[in-house]
Design a protein around this ligand. Structure first.
Ligand code: KMH
Ligand code: ZN
Length: 269
């Protein structure tokens, strides 16, 4: 089965002080996405930054990024409604109104590094319902085992479209540690027919992305999750991280999904 590769160019945390190649302006983000598309990415997971590089849910910036991407390539845009820990949930949720093909849905509140990530149950349900009304497919972010149960509850409540689409996030302080055991035990708990990918944060990014691909999952690559290609070597671009992932996928016998194949795999309208 083909592997869907998502590029996550920017994220909410790193700055250009951490890696000077991090794209932060709308033009830089769109250029990095187009480059990643050329290297095999079919989905672009998007975070926005303001002029001081702070994470933002500014709708004008989001619109600009989406327009610039659409001018450059037909990649499928997935807006992050996680946005950044300092941005209120109601501002984050408003991004769904721009009707990207997909948006993330973070099901639970949690400790996140030295801070907290607030996703109150009532607001999560309102966002899931609104995304369904707008035809925006939810990617469900699983940072810990109980988050699977909460997503299954949302599904029972009729708030999620099938196939359920999970990201298994490994290595956030406050969530599951980045181990193959945690990955496998989470995959086993997903309902039959689910689509899933690994998001491995930091220094375990490479090997857990490889394990995920070998197990039949999809993969995410980019500077949101890893600023280094290997120890001591900063990634020169998002494209380099996508190329590395494409090489891994092919090495374990997984062809790379085109945009059209990805639409079918993820059941996008
Ligand atoms: N930043 C990752 C740990 C989101 O943006 O909504 C998870 C993520 C979720 O990408
Ligand atoms: Zn994200």
């Amino acid at each position: 089965m083909s592997a869907v590769v998502t590029v996550a160019t920017t994220g909410p945390i790193a700055t250009t002080r951490d890696n000077p190649a991090l794209p932060v302006t709308p033009e830089q983000i769109a250029a990095a996405v187009a480059d990643a598309y050329d290297a095999g990415a079919a989905v672009a997971h998007i975070h926005l930054r303001d002029e001081q590089e702070r994470p933002t849910a500014d709708l004008a910036i989001a619109r600009r990024v989406m327009e610039l991407i659409a001018e450059r390539c037909p990649i499928l845009v997935q807006l992050s409604t996680g946005v950044g820990l300092s941005v209120p949930f109601e501002d984050r949720a408003r991004l769904a109104e721009l009707r990207p093909r997909m948006a993330t849905l973070n099901p639970c509140s949690m400790t996140f590094g030295a801070d907290q990530f607030l996703n109150p149950p009532r607001e999560v349900r309102a966002l899931a319902a609104r995304m369904q009304d707008l035809g925006v497919k939810a990617e469900l972010e699983i940072y810990d085992s109980g988050h699977v149960d909460e997503c299954l509850r949302l599904h029972d409540e009729g708030l999620l479209a099938e196939p359920l689409q999970f990201s298994i996030v490994l290595g956030v302080r406050g969530g599951m540690a980045a181990t193959a055991e945690n990955l496998m035990s989470t995959v086993r708990r997903l309902p039959a027919g689910s689509v899933w990918q690994v998001i491995a944060i930091g220094r375990h990014n490479l090997e857990l992305t490889a394990v995920g691909l070998a197990l039949g999952g999809n993969a995410r690559a980019g500077m949101e999750d890893a600023l280094y290609l290997r120890k001591g070597e900063l990634a020169p671009s998002n494209r380099a991280l996508v190329e590395r992932t494409v090489t891994l996928a092919r090495a374990v016998g997984r062809p790379i999904a085109s945009v059209d194949e990805t639409v079918a795999i993820l059941g996008l309208s």
